[in-house]
Write a protein that binds this ligand. Structure first.
Ligand SMILES: [Zn+2]
Length: 303
């Protein structure tokens, strides 16, 4: 988000409303196609379609998260008790998405093993038609949100997701051609496994990134030791304790720190803020304590 320290609503309400409309439309198109693809996959018993549908689910989640982020940014205001708003909803969605993707991949692998030696007759024409429709859905969704991708991180993530999924549709299309033209019955199983293998690392990294945020680990791009060392070496600072760095949701890093100092607290605070800013931690809460208070606090505040 990188909104620095301005806590107000950004004055971009009008363009955001258009973005929300286009994202909703893209989400509707992709979700409708997901339902169609699952129905066809089960009807014709196709692993390639099932694997691609699993991937399509990532698009739906990606678009939903992007949409949620836009709506949250658009509203700005929130209930008094929800001091962090609903920003973590994005992380929860990502986690659920990762678990579902891993589940679909496991199912495809299991089915693929079952089908060795006895691949079912999957109609290639049905695969080609469904894949072509999927590709069209992806292209329309891409066209809708392409213009907004440069202005919003949330839309950009969703756009890349849809772009990547077009590859899955092409894979199913190829399987359909191999089945129809060359009558190669294993095409469906092979493409299904290939799509799942391609999705697997991304599902795992999505799960890892979500887990990192949910367990309040410090973001990978922040060197906490360096932050501590820089704060400790500030003029007038005698000690640092209760240093915490965590991520609220993607792109929103938060920090707290207690500094022991007998210098002018305002000067120490200013210098500490500059140091934290250089580490990308502009959303920080810093407390300056004199020697007596600091010693006691460091003893009592142990987590
Ligand atoms: Zn303290």
């Amino acid at each position: 988000m990188g909104h620095g320290h301005s806590h107000g609503v950004t004055p971009q309400a009008a363009p955001t409303r258009g973005r929300i409309r286009r994202m909703t439309l893209a989400l509707g198109i992709i979700a409708a196609f997901l339902v169609l693809e699952v129905i066809v996959a089960l009807a014709v018993d196709s692993l390639a379609l099932l694997a691609d549908a699993g991937h399509m689910l990532t698009d739906v989640a990606g678009l939903s998260m992007g949409l949620a982020a836009l709506v949250l940014a658009h509203r700005g205001s929130r209930k008094p008790g929800r001091t962090f708003g609903w920003h973590r909803a994005e992380v929860l969605t990502a986690m659920v998405n990762a678990v579902l993707l891993l589940g679909v991949a496991a199912w495809v692998f299991y089915e693929a093993i079952e089908r060795i030696g006895d691949p079912p007759e999957v109609p290639g024409v049905a695969l080609m038609i469904t894949a072509a429709a999927g590709l069209a859905a992806n292209l329309v969704a891409m066209f809708l949100i392409r213009g907004d991708a440069s202005g919003s991180l949330a839309v950009r993530g969703a756009y890349l997701e849809v772009l990547a999924d077009a590859v899955g549709s092409v894979g199913v299309l190829v399987a359909g051609v191999l089945l129809t033209v060359f009558d190669w019955t294993y095409a469906d199983v092979v493409v299904g496994v290939l799509i799942s293998l391609w999705v697997l690392p991304r599902a795992l990294s999505l799960a890892a990134a979500s887990l990192r945020i949910l367990t309040q680990a410090s973001p990978a791009h922040v060197d906490v030791d360096a932050v501590r060392a820089d704060l400790e070496s500030l003029p007038g600072v005698d000690g640092v304790h209760d240093l915490h760095v965590w991520t609220l949701t993607t792109g929103m890093d938060v920090a707290t720190a207690h500094l022991t100092s007998d210098d002018d607290p305002n000067g120490v605070l200013q210098r500490a803020r500059v140091v934290l800013d250089t580490h990308g931690l502009s959303h920080a809460t810093v407390q300056v304590e004199n020697a007596a208070v600091g010693r006691r606090c460091a003893r009592e505040v142990t987590w």
